[in-house]
Write a protein that binds this ligand. Structure first.
Ligand SMILES: Nc1nc2c(ncn2[C@@H]2O[C@H](COP(=O)(O)OP(=O)(O)O)[C@@H](O)[C@H]2O)c(=O)[nH]1
Ligand SMILES: [Mg+2]
Length: 346
């Protein structure tokens, strides 16, 4: 599961990627496609770790892909290679430039970049959908699949991204493997100059994002890079001095995680406190398999303490004494923040 950083050259993709991954990829135009693993910040995990003092604390992780900014260097659009790289991503983060970049010689135009990217994706999808329908005309097709592609064509022709059609109205299964870009979850990152790091997303842009079914966030990449560079013990003071509650990058990473429809459950086992990643809607037996295949195979039950219950009672013991420890079977749908003890037998 990976999320692709996309956008115009010079919008700050690599700067954001470096701040998240600590990989130190050279900034500037061009470059290679890079893949990096990013820890998902989670205050609940930090609190569990402080409570249990385990030898090891393991965060959930997601992967980001820094896709080189050949795209739109001269606003000429995506190359076939660029398109292919973007199609391979499960979700997209579009970085928009909202700072003066002397190397580009053009004032920032984030709204224009968003529109250009959207148009590009709409046209690329329409091309795929029309080809599929042409082939169906010649060779015939499954009616359900045909209906889905016809609905997709109508949507795209009205310049609506596919993600704006609710899942109940349009089954996505026929689209699998076609790499449709407007169906991908989209998170838009407005990359601000340092001086304006604190400003909220302009309401016009926010409205535009809502209309295309995208999430949005503003931050200043160099400020975030500076924070990421600090020693952990200096970070909090610096963030506070900037008047922030936490680095915006932390919020961004969590939003990306949500965008992929991922949630975390926790385990506390002797030396390790750990966050595990599952898709929202995953059942307990399956979730147990994330920890160990034996736990899935020999699953008996899960003892569940929602993180909030743990936090309000202060300890596992107190939760037990209050009679709030829940025992759930294999079909229990695991919730974000559940602390699980899996009972199993192999
Ligand atoms: N002033 C300012 N410069 C930035 C910001 N983000 C990136 N840059 C600079 O813009 C240039 C291009 O950034 P880079 O991350 O390579 O963009 P990419 O082409 O999208 O990967 C670099 O010189 C960065 O240091 C920002 O928020 N503010
Ligand atoms: Mg780059």
């Amino acid at each position: 599961m990976k999320i692709g950083l996309v956008g115009f050259a010079g919008s700050g993709k690599t700067t954001v990627f470096n701040a998240m991954t600590g990989l130190g990829v050279p900034v500037g135009f061009g470059g290679e496609l890079r893949l990096g693993t990013v820890r998902v910040p989670d205050a609940r995990l930090d609190a569990l770790s402080a409570h249990y003092s385990p030898r090891r604390t393991t965060h959930a992780e997601i992967r980001f892909c820094d896709i080189p900014g050949e795209y739109g260097a001269a606003r000429k659009g995506l190359s076939p290679r660029g398109l292919q790289q973007i199609r391979e991503q499960e979700a997209l983060c579009l970085v928009l430039r909202d700072f003066e970049n002397p190397a580009l010689g053009e004032p920032p135009d984030p709204g224009g970049e968003l529109a250009a990217f959207e148009t590009e994706c709409l046209l690329a999808d329409l091309d795929i959908v029309e080809r599929r329908l042409d082939r169906a005309l010649k060779e015939g097709a499954d009616p359900v699949e045909l209906a889905a592609f016809e609905r997709a064509r109508d949507t795209l022709e009205r310049e609506r991204p596919l993600r704006t059609v609710p899942p109940g109205e349009l089954g996505r299964a026929p689209f699998r493997g076609y790499g449709l870009l407007t169906d991908r979850p989209l998170l838009v990152l407005l990359n601000r100059s340092e001086a304006r790091a604190e400003e909220a997303l302009p309401s016009e842009l926010a409205a535009r994002l809502a209309a295309v079914g995208a999430a949005g966030l503003a931050l200043s990449a160099p400020v975030e890079a500076e924070i990421a560079d600090l020693e952990p013990e200096d970070r909090a003071a610096f963030v506070e001095a900037l008047g922030l509650r936490e680095p915006a990058l932390a919020r961004f990473i969590r939003k990306a995680y949500e965008l992929l429809d991922l949630i975390s459950f926790f385990t506390v086992a002797g030396p390790e406190v750990r966050a595990w990643t599952i898709r929202r809607g995953t059942r307990a037996k399956r979730a147990a398999g994330r920890v160990h295949s034996d736990m899935e195979r020999g699953f008996i039950r899960a003892e569940v303490i929602p993180y909030e219950t743990f936090a309000s009672h202060g300890s596992e013991q107190a939760v037990r004494e209050a009679g709030l420890l829940r025992v759930e079977g294999k079909d229990y749908v695991v919730a974000d923040g559940d602390i699980l003890h899996i009972r199993f037998n192999v």
